[in-house]
Write a protein that binds this ligand. Sequence first.
Ligand SMILES: [Fe+2]
Ligand SMILES: [Fe+2]
Length: 371
Amino acid sequence: MTDIVDPPATGIPSDAERDDTIKLITDNADRVFAWKYDRERDQLVTLYNRAMASQWDSINDLDWSTEVDPEYLVQTTQRDNATVEIARAAKDLPGSPFANWGEKEYTELSIESLKATLSQFMHGEQGAMMVAAKICETVPWIDAKYYAATQTMDEARHTEVFAKYLHTKLGDAYPMSPFLEEQIQVLIEDSRWDIAYLGMQIIIESLALAAFGQMLRVTEEPLLRKLLRYVLSDEARHVAFGILSLGEFYENLSEAELKDRQEFMAENTIRNRTRSTTPEIWERMNMNVDDVRPFLMEAATKVDQSLFTGFQKGFFGKLVPNTRKLGLLDANDGLLRRQWGEAGLMEYEFADSTADDYDTYDAVAADRATS
Ligand SMILES: [Fe+2]
Ligand SMILES: [Fe+2]
């Protein structure tokens, strides 16, 4: 007979609990003190000053008393939700698990899909907070340390507002997608300070600008709209921070060192073309993922492909021009230009610039000017 003994009340989670509550990642980068306090980088000084002036307050700048009806929210937000459109297209396939679905089920799926998307925003923002803190610790320039500190605060606020919106307006969040988790983990583990910048400020921030921008375009719910506008104001500065810092750093790297960075970009962006999904959505809809998947894959070929291309355009339209500014397209005889060209991305080369247009995104300053 086995005695069941309660574990001692230490407050430290057991191994089984630990997996659910925290995740450990080892960072291999050196921490750097910078002894030169002179403000040498004018553009970073300007950006830092702007970041200080446009800090917003998650309690007072957003009206959390706004009533949010999830059904109304998805009717007005999910007009171009690919998951829902694919599930609709799968309804008439022979043997379809969606055969008995009506509007009630599709609305429920829309709500779960929105919660899944906002959950990835929330987890991604926490990752961004940690990477910004890493940059603050590892970058050797004082102006960049100051800026990274403001970004860390921005990302804390973003994590907090997405978590609060989910928990107070929509319900239980979803776990982080393994794809996103892996992307952020490699940035935290890497020993080179610029890789955290390149992965976060150039790739993931471009992804965030595209994803938040797309949701803002289709959302009429006023609290979510304002939240997204304010988050986007900050994100545009974060991309600019990456371009200004890495542009300078990469001017002085050898071709061999630049090749490493080009390969990093190719590996981490072409893979991004397959958007991550949240399989737990189907569990919450009381369906088996493996049963549903073949029908979704077949139906995906039938739906309007512009559902996917709109997002890709938003993402690559930021990513490719920003990468050009870093000199990474053309180093090593155009290595990255060739690889991205084969993947069809070079049409975006001159699509946009967030190095100098971050001011136009500043919804916080715009609102203050009119109030
Ligand atoms: Fe953010
Ligand atoms: Fe950010």
